[in-house]
Design a protein around this ligand. Structure first.
Ligand code: DOR
Length: 441
């Protein structure tokens, strides 16, 4: 297998549909890759090895800007090797990792360690987010600037909000001098309390404690006011409510530096899925799955671009943890390996979006939000891309996943689109469902 990875280093992908969301162009042709870079996009030259791209899309460098890879310290859930393999299997060349590990990634040495480990594994670019506050404790700011120097591309206490308004103001003020944004998990925990699913008709029927949508909306309204006060860079993680979207719309209308992401599971599922799966905690996630009326608003906001990016919020947990009673199980859905197909299903089939507009939310937009300069399909740029069969229709089979976490609300759901290969820096990270590093499974 390693032999195949090394090869000559020159590949020609022939007769492929090239989708370039970075420049909003698409064409049919050949792409030549060599020495780790895109070489020739008209591809008149030959390469010793070629791959037929017939029927496939070539999409440059998908970046998932919200994943939990759990290392250091929670390797029974996921680790950097299994999480990197899951990312490559899912079509991603880069991921931003959330710092709610043990210890929390709140110092430069941990940022450097995650980057080095990611490089050693070599399947995906691991781009760490550093914590906003020390130990994500919400008491004292962490060393944002030093973590950025070590390679952090954003800052977040994700899993919990930066609840203290004064600290959030300070963090946003600092962010005006940083390349990466403050990524807020927007939740007023005094409102969400012990809630385990969305507060509404379904939670009432099931007798489960609810989280009102307002728990998210009030925090986003506070944060956009603070973004205005500081001229800071605010990114709202996993937005899931119409109230939060109104705040984001207000912020954008006032020219503030505010961006937002949505997850595939909030675009696809509703809180009815909790009832359908009969209290299985595979549907337990924070923010919770929302009602259909919310989902419709999220879909339109994703389509219009009010929501800039789509990010998986891959949040793996051990099977034993997800086997607890609903109220006791941890929040989180393992989603790196369903994200692309879920997005294609919603975007192409349900919303009839064109692929360029849809895929910009998983490519150019997250790079822009994180201040990264990747240019996509230009000669000399790093050859990072996915080959996707947009017409495959398959039921989700977690038995084929590389993530350690395979308990999922996606089990058996028929989705459109299959990632068939992922290339990172001119080397195959995954081909035909197989991640090309020995010993990872
Ligand atoms: O469902 C979630 N799981 N939401 C979060 O914000 C954190 C995440 C986790 O770390 O498990």
């Amino acid at each position: 297998m390693n032999g195949e990875r090394e090869g000559s280093g020159w590949w020609k992908i022939t007769d492929v549909r090239v989708i370039d969301p970075y420049r909003q162009r698409a064409w049919q042709g050949d792409v030549l890759v060599g020495q780790g870079r895109f070489q020739d996009l008209a591809a008149s030259a030959d390469a010793p090895e070629s791959v037929s791209g017939r029927g496939l899309w070539l999409v440059p460098r998908l970046l998932d800007m919200h994943v939990h890879l759990r290392s250091p310290g929670q390797e029974w859930k996921e680790d950097l090797a299994s999480g990197s393999a899951a990312a490559a299997h899912g079509g991603f060349a880069a991921v931003m990792t959330m710092p709610n590990t043990d210890p929390v990634v709140d110092v430069p040495s941990l940022v450097s360690w995650q980057i080095a480990e990611g490089r050693r594994i070599g399947l995906v670019d691991v781009l760490p987010a550093g914590a906003v506050t020390k130990a994500s404790g919400g008491q004292e700011l962490a060393e944002l600037w030093k973590m950025e120097k070590a390679g952090a591309v954003g800052f977040s206490d994700d899993g919990r909000p930066v609840a203290d308004g004064g600290l959030m103001r300070a963090a946003l003020s600092y962010s005006a001098t940083l390349a990466g944004p403050i990524v807020q998990h927007a939740e007023d925990v005094t409102l969400s309390g012990r809630g385990v699913m969305h507060e509404g008709e379904v939670s009432g029927r099931l007798g489960l404690a609810g989280v009102p949508g307002e728990a998210e909306a009030v925090m986003v309204w506070r944060d956009v006011q603070l973004a205005a006060l500081t001229d800071g860079r605010l990114h709202v993680a996993h937005v899931s409510t119409p109230g939060a979207l109104e705040a984001i719309q207000w912020a954008k209308a006032h020219g503030l530096r505010v961006t937002a992401e949505v997850t595939p599971h909030h675009l696809f599922f509703t809180d009815e899925r909790v009832a359908e799966l009969a209290f299985s905690p595979v549907t337990k996630v924070n923010p919770p799955l929302r009602p259909e009326s919310y989902r419709q608003v999220l879909l339109q906001a994703m389509k219009s671009g009010l929501i800039d990016a789509i990010a998986s919020d891959h949040a793996p947990h051990h099977a034993d943890e997800k086997d607890l009673p609903y109220k006791d199980a941890p929040f989180g859905i393992s989603s790196l390996e369903t994200a692309v197909a879920a997005v294609l299903t919603v975007g192409l089939d349900e919303l009839a979006m064109d692929p360029l507009t849809l895929l910009v939310r998983m490519t150019a937009a997250p790079h822009r939000i994180l201040g990264l300069s990747y240019q996509g399909l230009v000669p000399g740029e790093s050859a990072d891309f996915a080959l996707i069969d947009p017409d495959a229709r398959l039921p989700v089979d977690p038995g084929k996943w590389y993530s350690q976490a395979r308990e999922t609300p996606w089990q058996g759901v028929a989705l459109r689109g299959q990632v068939v290969a992922t290339m990172l820096r001119g080397r195959w990270a995954m081909r035909e469902g197989e991640v090309l590093t020995c010993g990872l499974r």
